[in-house]
Design a protein around this ligand. Structure first.
Ligand code: ADP
Ligand code: MG
Length: 371
């Protein structure tokens, strides 16, 4: 997994920045809603801004699009400050959550709108609109009005309208939030596929962590107006930098840990035993490890990067293909961890009260600041 991870990172690092936010802040009537944000958005990537409602996602997108001005800081487009560039001169297109289609225009006229404003010749508009409607599988709906379309079709008209102008970046503010679960999943696949096909940078907002993980090249996590972590879905999932990020994505085991710099080497004590500390780790910390990163074992055949601890099985929940175990760990068994293992003949013979051994790879453990 680590090889894959660094390949992805190398690939992404080789790309040029299309947009850079440098120390960008936003206040409304002297109330700060965004702490200084530094964020590089790379050419051709699918970047997701993820965070709970009110965390500042839309504010960032609106500043990039030019709908709102930053209170401080700079937004660069390929190295050039775009503070003075008005909305319609920025090479971006936005897909809003409510789609904002013109109800009195047909699908074709909605999609061609941006090209008409740019005084594109009529023949070229017709050709490009037809091509783009084909791309979003709406070739047969050109003459319909928005009211005559389903939610998913309206969504694709909004997308078509954004891509027809061939922007350098497409900004999407929770475009799937209004769709029901099944349509949402198929639109996720469609969007991702489309982004790969047209090789355009997508800046996508969602508050849904699964959506972010499945669609993104990189995720920027927001919390209360702070950009708290940026990384690939795997980096964010396996190496969260804060308790917020560790808890925001899926299930996690979070245990207290204490780092001490005492000789012979600085180390961290935890209910899962002792781990090596790295520079800068001291005092009270939290240990995070995913339920699927823990395995049952008999203590033999350990790799050098693996660690073990004894645990007592408290309860077993059969989930079909996997089985979830709740175990107590620590010197007096006062801490609980969840473990998710594939169901096998041997897991089916486990019983509450069994003493077992846990094994995990050191790379799957994260230590976070507490509080
Ligand atoms: P998100 O998109 O993550 O839900 P927003 O960027 O819309 O969050 O909002 C971030 C914060 O800024 C919220 O607390 C919101 O109330 C505040 N905010 C957004 N727009 C305005 C505005 N025009 N005036 C005052 N406060 C605003
Ligand atoms: Mg929003």
């Amino acid at each position: 997994m680590s090889a894959l991870l660094s390949d992805t990172a190398d690939l992404a690092a080789g790309r040029q920045n299309v947009i850079q936010l440098v120390g960008v802040t936003k206040s409304y009537k002297s109330i700060g809603v965004l702490s200084p944000v530094d964020l590089d958005i790379r050419d051709g990537e699918f970047l997701t801004i993820l965070g709970p409602s009110g965390s500042g996602k839309t504010t960032i997108l609106r500043m990039i699009g030019g709908f709102t001005r930053p209170t401080a800081g700079k937004i660069l487009l390929r190295g050039t400050d775009i503070a003075q560039v008005p909305i319609h001169k920025r090479p971006f297109n936005t897909v809003f959550q409510d789609y904002a289609l013109f109800p009195h225009m047909t699908v074709a006229r909605n999609v061609g709108y941006g090209l008409r404003i740019r005084k594109t010749p009529a023949g070229e508009i017709k050709r490009r609109v037809e091509a783009v409607l084909g791309t979003v599988n709406l070739g047969d709906k050109a003459g319909r009005y928005p009211a005559e379309l389903s939610g998913g079709q309206r969504q694709r008209v909004a997308l078509a309208r954004a891509i027809v102008c061939e922007p350098q970046v497409i900004l999407l503010d929770e475009p799937l939030a209004a769709l029901d679960a099944e349509l949402r999943r198929s639109m996720q696949e469609f969007l991702k596929e489309l982004q790969r096909r047209i090789c355009t940078t997508f800046v996508f907002i969602t508050h849904d962590q699964e959506e972010a993980i499945s669609m993104s090249d990189r995720i920027a996590v927001m919390d209360h107006g702070n950009l708290v972590q940026v990384g690939t879905p795997q980096e964010i999932y396996y190496n969260p930098k804060s308790e917020f990020v560790a808890k925001f994505f899926g299930e996690n085991n979070i245990l207290p840990a204490v780092a001490s710099g005492l000789p012979p080497a600085p180390s961290i004590e935890s209910p899962l035993g002792r781990h090596a500390a790295t520079a800068g780790q001291h005092g009270e910390l939290l240990l995070a490890i995913r339920p699927e990163s823990l395995r049952l074992c008999d203590g033999s055949d350990l790799r050098s990067d693996e660690r073990i601890a004894s645990a007592r099985l408290e309860s077993i929940t059969f989930l079909g293909a996997s089985t979830q175990l709740s175990l107590s760990v620590g010197a007096s068994g006062e801490h609980r961890v969840k473990v998710r293992v594939p169901t096998t003949l041997s897991t089916r013979s486990l019983a509450a009260g069994n003493d077992v051994m846990l094994r995990w790879s050191e790379a799957d453990v994260s230590f976070l600041p507490r509080g």
